[in-house]
Design a protein around this ligand. Structure first.
Ligand code: SF4
Length: 219
């Protein structure tokens, strides 16, 4: 809990200017669409921090719960507010990340959607002897992307990882591209090797493991 609070305030300080900008459009959009904003200040602010970080790393305001897919059409659909919002509000009462919800969603409804989100992301990771195998996670039915994806698995790992080097096994080339962007943004050394049916990425932190926000959707 203490680590989470420290991470939150660190992220808020790092992205303080961007978070203000995110908050402005989010409030305006919420009113225009007659939605509600997540009533938990910490949750909605965390989402504004993660949106700011997605924009800083990938150049566009992608959904903070999914790394870019490399499919131009899907990536456009995933820019926040995404094209899945109405459909997901119908299903869960909120969008996937529980940033926006229906205007009449009660406290129990917000709580249930946050719980759903946490159950998707707080899963055991396949980390052994400094090797994180990110493959085999369930796919989101609308985006056909893994939850949690390689980026979120990296963030979760770094919350408690003490090693200086982490090897990651990923399935798709786009995940390698995304990890390289994250490494470049955070100052990690990066190397990759293509194997027959997967890719191996090696990240070396050189004391920078805690750089950026390692809290993520569902935490
Ligand atoms: S799921 Fe919510 S936070 Fe994520 S892109 Fe869609 S509207 Fe934005």
């Amino acid at each position: 809990m203490l680590a989470m609070m420290i991470g939150f305030f660190k992220g808020l300080w790092q992205y303080r200017t961007e978070v203000k900008k995110q908050h402005k459009w989010i409030v305006r959009y919420t009113a225009q669409k007659n939605y509600a904003l997540n009533p938990s200040w910490m949750m909605s602010t965390n989402l504004e921090i993660w949106l700011s970080e997605m924009e800083a790393i990938f150049g566009k305001r992608y959904c903070p719960c999914f790394e870019p897919s490399g499919n131009a059409k899907l990536d456009k659909q995933m820019m926040c507010p995404c094209e899945f919002i109405e459909d997901e509000i119908k299903e869960y009462g909120t969008c996937h990340c529980a940033l926006f919800g229906s205007a009449d969603l009660d406290k129990a409804g917000w709580k249930a959607s946050s719980k759903r989100l946490m159950s998707e992301y707080q899963v055991p990771l396949n980390l052994k002897d400094g090797v994180l195998d990110t493959r085999g996670m369930p796919l989101d039915p609308r985006r056909n992307l893994p939850i949690p994806d390689a980026m979120h698995q990296l963030k979760s790992t770094l919350n408690s990882y003490s090693g200086n080097t982490l090897k990651m096994i990923v399935e798709r080339e786009q995940e390698v591209i995304n990890l390289e962007k994250i490494a470049s943004y955070r100052g990690y050394s990066f190397a990759q090797e293509a194997k027959a049916d997967h890719f191996e990425v090696t990240l070396q932190f050189d004391g920078n493991a805690a750089k950026g926000t390692n809290s993520s959707c569902g935490s």
